[in-house]
Design a protein around this ligand. Sequence first.
Ligand code: UGA
Length: 427
Amino acid sequence: MNITIIGAGYVGLTSAALFAKLGHKVRILEKDAQKVARLKIGKALFYEPGLDLLISSLIRSGALVPIDDYADAIVKAEVIFICVGTPPRKNGQADLSQIFSAAQGIACYIKNGAVVAIKSTVPVGTAERVKKIIQRKSLVHFEMASCPEFLREGSALADTQKPDRVVIGVNSEHARKVLIKLHEKLPGERVVTDLRTAEIIKYASNAFLATKISFINEIANLCEAVKANVDDVALGMGLDPRIGKAFLKAGIGYGGSCFPKDTRALNSMAKTHYYDFKLLKAVIEVNQLQRKIFMEKVRTALGSLRGKKIGVLGLAFKNNTDDVRESAALEIIKELLKKGARVTAYDPQAASNAKKVIPKLIVAKKPGEVANNADVILILTEWPEFRTLRWDVFKKKMHRPLILDGRNLLDQKTMLALGFEYISMGR
Ligand code: UGA
């Protein structure tokens, strides 16, 4: 099939690679000409394990073509996936301007019988609005669909190649058949439903995962009060298949370009429809509080932060990515700097993105540098390699052997046995 993907972000680029690998002719339309030029020479636009290698081989073989012009991208397309960003507005609502401008571009060149599927996370009713925009300019017959994407940054390729489910929101038999055929080689259950339901499945999924995280974070806070261990609580709960082990890791709260934005957008959607989503509001509030609770732990341990030397391990919003959008680590660092602390931070991938957000941040080239003369080391991202650092050597370099582990990454007994003062979350 001739497929066009609009938007070369995580979702667009990974989906483009997937469909090209499955044997389709894929064009990826990106309005930023510089990004297209980078893609053409096989350069990655962001760090995602395995993606750059796959993209460059698919581009070399001609299976995937980066384009910056709507006419070239759309005229032949049988299926068009809209994968542009839907960033948050100040009021929490999703900003749909990129979606609508993609619709305008599609309208000029769409061919008869094409299916336009939205993969971006969008509020209920967006597919219908896109349909109207295209119909205003075009007389051809086309169908709308909603195919939300569930990939995670850091494991995007594996997630798209082995989805648990493929959600297909359609209101016509033609669109259903085309999308079922397009996904036929992929495993996972098919959930075929209407446009609006498919749109809300994505928000409900992200909001539920965020709920699990805020729930376990509150249990962690309670564990501290009653002197219990949240890791064991999570294990004891998670072994029940009705609960599940995933997303029960307590810490400094969720970040990234999805959960914070999508929980706020769902809440705002509920408000627009005069529904008071009490649970979701609490999930958002708990997440914000969790960072404050961690800051309080730092203040309690160090007293005044003015002039204190703080080493930070981790800047990305989670491991295996260079993405720092809504990263809890950066929020905490901003607070520390405001309070007069001197911060040196290390991250295996995200240092240069973090510098763009906090220009005065001192970034270390090696993890060991953050220990030099430090009053404390904070662990703010769950990179697994931090577990196997030479902590005995770190201890010798530190001014005070104090670790505040915001991700419960290290083994408590080992750290205490090494002679550290070790503080974590709910343990
Ligand atoms: C999330 C969803 O997991 C994907 O299914 C979805 O497709 C994606 O959003 C999206 O909407 O595009 P992602 O933002 O890449 O994926 O990251 P997650 O792995 O879900 O982690 C989100 C945040 O939760 C991170 O800050 C992570 O550190 C935190 N987290 C995760 C916890 O604090 N505890 C956990 O147990 C799990």
